[in-house]
Design a binder for this molecule. Structure first.
Ligand SMILES: Cc1ncc(COP(=O)(O)O)c(C=O)c1O
Length: 211
């Protein structure tokens, strides 16, 4: 369960006192601080603060250009947002069973890959890492994108790498039940500058098509 202290209270006070709550005016210095610190913590070049883990998943898929006609592989056991994010961009979630670790079974993934498959969303459920070596191998073999759902895994790691930093994009949730909470909130991380830029303008992408 999260704790809130002086530092958090001061940061919120700074924002309220500025009377400018919107990053659109380039005034979002507290969010900038958070993004710099989060990227450094997870070990990626870029982090983008968002309103929820669901928003992070949708934004990631939109940044990757995934949309109608595409299939995205998701595990059969997860929070519903993993699959509903795929539906939100107009793509089809394809369910793959989990194994005894309760994360997606890498042996089952290959059977569900079709010519329409564009991405896999491995979910590090309960902070338990997916078998990222095998998932990344499949991604390479079939030219698929990986969006890690690390919404339940803030700060976890796999073979020395932070969860969320291994695939193309990693997503996090800061809701009430999570390790870090901002009330509601989320973030995505990536090492890819173009994906970061596309994530920043994902709404215009969703409205008007590829940039
Ligand atoms: C695995 C997983 N993915 C995505 C989400 C969505 O996060 P949020 O509730 O911040 O939208 C959650 C939240 O419960 C989650 O547990």
């Amino acid at each position: 369960m999260f704790r809130m202290g002086k530092e958090e209270i001061e940061a919120v006070k700074t924002v309220i006192k500025s009377t400018d709550l919107f990053r659109i005016n380039n005034n979002a210095r507290e969010v900038d601080h958070f993004e710099e610190e989060w990227a450094a913590k997870i070990g990626t070049k870029y982090a983008l603060g968002l309103t929820s883990g669901t928003a992070a998943l949708i934004t990631s898929l939109a940044a990757l250009g995934i949309g109608p006609g595409d299939e995205v592989i998701v595990p059969g056991y997860t929070f519903m947002a993993t699959a509903s994010a795929v539906l939100s961009v107009g793509a089809i979630p394809v369910i793959v069973e989990v194994d005894e670790t309760l994360t997606i079974d890498p042996c089952e993934i290959e059977k569900k890959i079709t010519k329409f498959t564009k991405a896999i969303i491995p979910v590090h459920l309960n902070g338990f890492p997916c078998d990222m070596d095998r998932i990344m191998q499949l991604a390479k073999k079939y030219d698929l994108k990986i969006v890690e759902d690390a919404c339940q895994a803030d700060g976890g790691s796999y073979k020395g790498m932070r969860l969320g930093s291994i695939g193309d994009i990693g997503t996090f949730s800061f809701n009430y039940y999570k390790i870090i909470s901002s009330g509601e909130g989320g973030a995505l991380v990536t090492n890819d500058k173009l994906l970061y830029q596309r994530a920043l303008v994902d709404l215009s992408y969703l409205c008007w098509g590829p940039i």
